[in-house]
Write a protein that binds this ligand. Structure first.
Ligand SMILES: [Zn+2]
Ligand SMILES: [Zn+2]
Length: 347
């Protein structure tokens, strides 16, 4: 079968390869991939700007859904032909405190698809059945595959941050995760809702408005601090740093009001000094947010299927596996918010 494989930990060491269809164990299913969306992290791995360990060679892709092609003998609840999406924690220990309390996304042994084990940018992928969720027939795979990034945003804004209706919420960085965080904030009643980006983000900031942002700011043109001060002299109730860089945490801590919240969902290899004094001086709650777990997925599937997340607004390009390079480049260059690969699309 065809697969998009990263074969070295150097920039652009990714190619379309012929690989064997995976063999499954008793508790796995073989999934015929219907759609796999390209994540910023796939793009980072391809361009060599990632900050995590990659087990090469590895098939990329961790945001996916498809049809069960075969089920191992111990699998209950899923059978051939079922339409499903898959969580990303492909390997967990199952016995640590985090695993035993349902927060297996934080298992120290966790390995995810697309960097730790082979992912879904292929015709087939092997998935432990515990990762699966059914999706309604009415939900096309090109939107169902977006359950993963939606779940990242849900966990950041509705789990790790607590938004109340009327909260002034600021999202830094209008990438795919930032935009989905903005949507989750809007669904939670954030008002006003500010999304900030750079001059090159004009199209993404326009989408942010369609997703519910009341204000968008190009910080190269307008000081964000002034915008927030005009909306509330005391500062923002919640600031989400979805920029994917380290530096904006400085701004996030400055923008938060006393006793406000900062949630950081983007990460990067930069190691830079941050002024942490506002954290103490203002009694700010700084919270990291990583991944997601079962209850979040069930809830998010319902939200996407009902059209409440407006998921269709962020898909800008669909391609077959051989079109992976253009799909990655379009995201890297900011031409589209999200690309989706659909094996066999042109067939
Ligand atoms: Zn992702
Ligand atoms: Zn564990």
């Amino acid at each position: 079968m065809q697969a998009v494989v990263q074969y070295a930990v150097t920039p652009m060491a990714v190619e379309l390869r012929e690989v064997p269809v995976p063999e499954i164990g008793p508790s796995d299913i073989l999934l015929k991939v219907g759609a796999v969306s390209v994540c910023g992290s796939d793009v980072h791995q391809a361009y060599g700007t990632h900050s995590w360990a990659v087990n090469i060679p590895v098939t990329l892709g961790h945001e996916f859904g498809g049809t069960v092609a075969a089920a191992g003998r111990d699998v209950a609840g899923f059978k051939e032909g079922d339409r499903v999406v898959s969580e990303t924690a492909a390997v967990i220990c199952g016995t640590c405190l985090m695993c035993r309390t349902g927060r297996y996304n934080l298992c120290p042994s966790r390995k995810g698809f697309g960097y730790g084990v082979n992912g879904a940018m292929a015709e087939y992928v092997k998935v432990p059945a515990r990762c699966l969720h059914h999706v309604p027939d009415s939900l096309p795979f090109e939107l169902a595959c977006l359950t993963e990034p939606h779940s990242v945003a849900y966990n950041a804004m509705c789990g790790n941050a607590e938004i109340k209706p009327g909260d002034l919420v600021v999202v830094l960085g209008p990438g795919p995760i930032g935009l989905l965080c903005a949507r989750m904030a809007a669904l939670s009643g954030a008002y006003p809702l500010v999304v900030a980006g750079l001059a090159g983000d004009a199209a993404r900031l326009k989408t942010a408005r369609e997703l519910g942002a009341t204000h968008t700011v190009n910080i190269q043109e307008q000081p964000l601090e002034d915008v927030i001060r005009d909306l509330s002299p005391i500062g923002a109730d919640v600031v989400c740093d979805a920029s994917g860089a380290s530096r904006p945490l400085d701004a996030a801590l400055k923008l938060a009001r006393p006793d406000g919240q900062v949630v950081k969902v983007g990460w990067s290899p930069d190691q830079i000094p941050i002024d942490l004094n506002p954290l103490v001086l203002k009694n700010v709650r700084l919270q990291g947010s990583f991944s997601h777990n079962y209850p979040i997925w069930e809830r998010v599937i319902g939200l996407i299927a009902a059209g409440l997340t407006k998921a269709d607004l962020i898909v800008g390009l669909k391609a077959d596996l051989p079109g992976w390079q253009d799909a990655f480049a379009a995201m890297h260059n900011g031409k589209v918010i999200k690309s989706v690969l659909m094996p066999g699309l042109s067939a």
